[in-house]
Ligand binder design. Structure first.
Ligand code: SF4
Length: 454
């Protein structure tokens, strides 16, 4: 059988583990397997017996559907020979079905014969780590074991897709089995990335940590002269961190500690967990900070500040990692929650572009990027994009903008920011600008008459 595996060209950090498992299965059958990212003309000329296409975020589904359409002509019967699976396909299967003839696989491939070839569950196959060598895209980290010990989560957070994708929390497979199988087939690897949603909730956590330790990932472990890393990449649940759990975690080379500070109500537990882990010697923290859900800009700024405070107080580094909320079934990223405006969200995106998505715990860097106070933060993110991104180059224009903007009352500012959101998506922008002429001096900064740019 001639098989094509496709990952659409969305920005994926980690390798496509689902496709890697499918590859392992087909290679076991002696099928010829090819892996590509996106639309590659030379593979459109080939006849494939099967094409498998991955999906990830729902807001990337339009691109996924486009990729599926591109390869339809390469198979004999798309309804039988083209398979689309993954997170996006599981959350919105009909979005795909209504647009393109193919088989949509909903949920994980954890039952026998889901591909109709009499196979055992694909989820139990060891991913084919060599598959991704054929593409130029750099998956990070390059040399790690990617494993999952559990599925699902014990909680049901409203903003999270996990309770829908994997409604039942449970144990999957031991660390030892997974690492040993990969090692036997592909050799030793440097680090471990665990993709569990809530690993601390496992009753057998002590055994899991003991296995990690005994597999060569104890505290301070090195391999090939380099420090090893254990990364619970989806974060660990601050509410489940007790003294014994912190002790367990400190026995392996966990770095960084990833926590979430998604809304104000978890502040007490979040602070408590950071204190406890700092006490056990952890220094590097990365904290997911969600915004644009039910929060406000003020809450977001304050939560970032809490990280600075903790860093300073405990002599650690808590780097913020802002995550913009997008409803789990949206097929674009346009959602603006009631307490936010399009301009503020855009402003944060501009600030984060310059900082690679991270928020430094260094007060000087933080204040230069996000402002010294909440009021200054609101001004920073209200500015035109280029004044934010090229701060030094546009410093004098930003001063002029600021003095104009400060003349507005609070109600006028709100109105002005709403107008910017409307102008951004307007098809009649020039006439809309004329309609809002009372803000014309300020609007000029966003859409200069000569350049018509933001
Ligand atoms: S704890 Fe995390 S994984 Fe679990 S439902 Fe909440 S956000 Fe999702």
């Amino acid at each position: 059988m001639n098989v094509l595996l496709v990952e659409p060209t969305y920005r994926s950090k980690f390798p496509p583990l689902g496709l890697m498992r499918i590859s392992a299965f087909h290679k076991e059958r002696d099928d010829a397997v090819t892996f590509v990212r996106g639309k590659v003309p030379e593979y459109r000329m080939v006849h494939w017996h099967r094409v498998y296409i991955a999906s990830l975020f729902t807001y990337e589904l339009p691109r996924t559907v486009d990729t599926v359409k591109y390869y339809l002509q390469t198979v004999q019967n798309p309804l039988e020979d083209v398979f689309v699976g993954g997170i996006g396909a599981t959350l919105l299967p009909n979005y795909i079905r209504e647009r393109v003839p193919c088989q949509v696989i909903e949920g994980p491939l954890d039952r026998p014969n889901m591909l109709g070839l009499g196979e055992s569950p694909i989820a139990e196959y060891i991913p084919d780590y060599r598959l991704i060598d054929s593409v130029k895209w750099q998956y990070r980290p390059e040399n790690a074991y990617f494993i999952r010990v559990s599925k699902g989560c014990i909680r049901k957070c409203k903003f999270c897709a996990v309770p829908i994708l994997e409604p039942t929390f449970g144990y999957l497979q031991s660390v030892n089995e997974q690492l040993e199988a990969v090692r036997k087939k592909y050799g030793e690897r440097q680090d471990i990335i665990l993709l569990d949603n809530n690993i601390l909730a496992l009753p057998c956590l002590p055994q899991v940590i003991q296995d990690i330790r005994e597999q060569g990932f104890h505290k301070g472990a090195k391999w090939n002269g380099k420090k090893r890393i254990v990364d619970f990449n989806q974060g660990i649940d601050a509410r489940l961190i007790t003294h014994p759990v912190a002790d367990l975690l400190s026995s392996v080379c966990l770095s960084p500690v990833r926590l979430a500070f998604d809304y104000d109500a978890v502040e007490f537990e979040y602070r408590r967990a950071v204190h406890l882990l700092a006490e056990k010697g952890f220094i590097q923290f990365t904290t997911y900070v969600m915004f644009n859900f039910e929060d406000t800009p003020e809450s977001f700024y304050r939560r970032l500040r809490v990280n600075l405070e903790l860093s300073n107080e405990l002599d650690i580094r808590v780097t913020g990692f802002p995550m913009r909320y997008v409803p789990i079934d949206d097929v674009d990223r346009h959602f603006v929650s009631v307490n936010w405006t399009w301009r503020y969200l855009r402003g944060i995106q501009c600030v984060l572009n310059a900082t690679h998505g991270m928020v430094s715990p260094n007060p000087t860097f933080f204040e230069a990027a996000f402002g010294k106070s909440y009021e200054e933060f609101l001004e920073v993110i209200a500015m035109p994009d280029r004044y934010i991104i090229y701060r030094n180059q546009y410093a004098s224009q930003a001063d002029v903008w600021r003095s104009e903007y400060r003349k507005l009352s609070e109600a006028e500012k709100r109105e002005f920011l709403e107008i910017l959101g409307v102008l951004h998506s307007s098809r009649e922008r020039d006439s809309d600008i004329v309609t809002n002429s009372r803000f014309s001096t300020l609007i000029d900064h966003y859409y200069p008459k000569t350049q018509k740019m933001l």
